[in-house]
Write a protein that binds this ligand. Structure first.
Ligand code: NAD
Length: 292
């Protein structure tokens, strides 16, 4: 390098460093998001991502203690005025309506719904009780219906468009042995999202789905019987599950809550203004490999 070239490179590096330090405009500034299951592993990662882009976020969850902890933690990071928590059971129509009303009173509007609250349950089909079946349909089917209907009503009334994202599952498209109620309910979510895409389009309301594959880290779902059942049905030990899912994927990578949050961010931001009725699989390529 001659002296001039060295100078040019140094100058360019300094300019780059300056640009990196400049505050970036935040793409969701001024928008209001409502996230069900916001106290859970994936829900709180989604809330974090939306907050990082400047949105105000209402977390709804049935678990009061976990909700309070999540709101306190996110409030400390992004400002207490940017985060609210509402205790609501997504299967309870009156509670869902009241929780959206509370969000409207708090922030004066709504732009984004992420319907994510969920459970998991596993049992061989012949042992699946009516109670288990009804619980899956209630939380995953009816819960997504109630939250998105309320969001639809508000978004249509406002007349400013909006974005809805359903966190469904790989299991809503691919069958999984020993989890029939969960799979059927997740399939219902995916098809409901497509129907809403049709009904929302004239009003600029976009509705898309994210299908995660197994997200073990941070998820409460993976702390209970689901974990034991998945290990048993794959004939592996519970401590081998993470490696099992990683190795099964095309990319040989684990999926984390933050990966789901990144896809949600894309689907609620203007980046995806031309996408509705779509599904993003966040599965390290697993869905593509079904045909192998
Ligand atoms: P999680 O258990 O960590 O979080 C789920 C949250 O939903 C919890 O905070 C829980 O309290 C809340 N919730 C449960 N029932 C509710 C109800 N009736 N009303 C309101 N809130 C309720 O689980 P997660 O892994 O973060 O799952 C989030 C979503 O992602 C679920 O819909 C799940 O089916 C889906 N998903 C998860 C995985 C995975 O491997 N973790 C894979 C595919 C899809």
């Amino acid at each position: 390098l001659d002296e001039q070239e060295a100078f040019d490179i140094e100058y360019w590096l300094l300019e780059e460093a300056k640009l990196r330090r400049m505050p970036k405009p935040r793409s969701l500034a001024g928008r209001i998001a409502y996230v069900t299951g916001g106290a859970g592993g994936i829900g709180s990662a989604i809330a974090t991502r939306l907050l990082s882009e400047g949105a105000a976020v209402v977390l709804a969850d049935i678990d009061r203690a976990a909700l309070e902890a999540a709101v306190a933690q996110l409030g400390a990071g992004y400002g207490a005025d940017m985060v609210r928590g509402v205790v609501a059971d997504v299967t309870d129509e009156a509670a869902v309506i009241a929780s959206f009303a509370a969000a409207m009173v708090e922030y004066g509007g709504l732009d984004i719904l992420v319907s994510n609250a969920g459970i998991s349950s596993a049992a061989p089909f012949e042992e699946t009780t009516l109670e288990t079946w009804n619980r899956n349909m209630a939380i995953l089917g009816t819960g997504y219906f109630l939250a998105s209907r309320e969001a639809f009503r508000i978004l249509k009334r406002q007349g400013l468009g909006g974005a809805i994202v359903f966190i469904a599952s790989k299991n809503g498209l691919a069958a999984s042995a020993g989890a029939s109620a969960y799979c059927a309910a997740k399939a219902a979510e995916i098809h409901l999202a497509r129907c809403l895409a049709l009904e929302g389009a004239p009003d600029g309301i976009r509705v898309n789905t994210v299908n995660p594959d197994a997200v073990l880290r941070g998820s409460k779902i993976w702390q209970g019987e689901w974990r034991q059942q998945r290990a048993a049905s794959n004939r592996i030990r519970e401590d081998e599950l993470e490696e099992f899912y990683r190795n099964r994927s095309l990319l040989k990578r684990s999926v984390f809550p933050e990966d789901i949050a990144e896809a949600v961010y894309f689907l609620v931001a203007d980046l995806s203004a031309k996408s509705t009725g779509n599904i993003i699989n966040v599965d390290a390529g697993n869905a593509a490999s079904f045909s192998r």
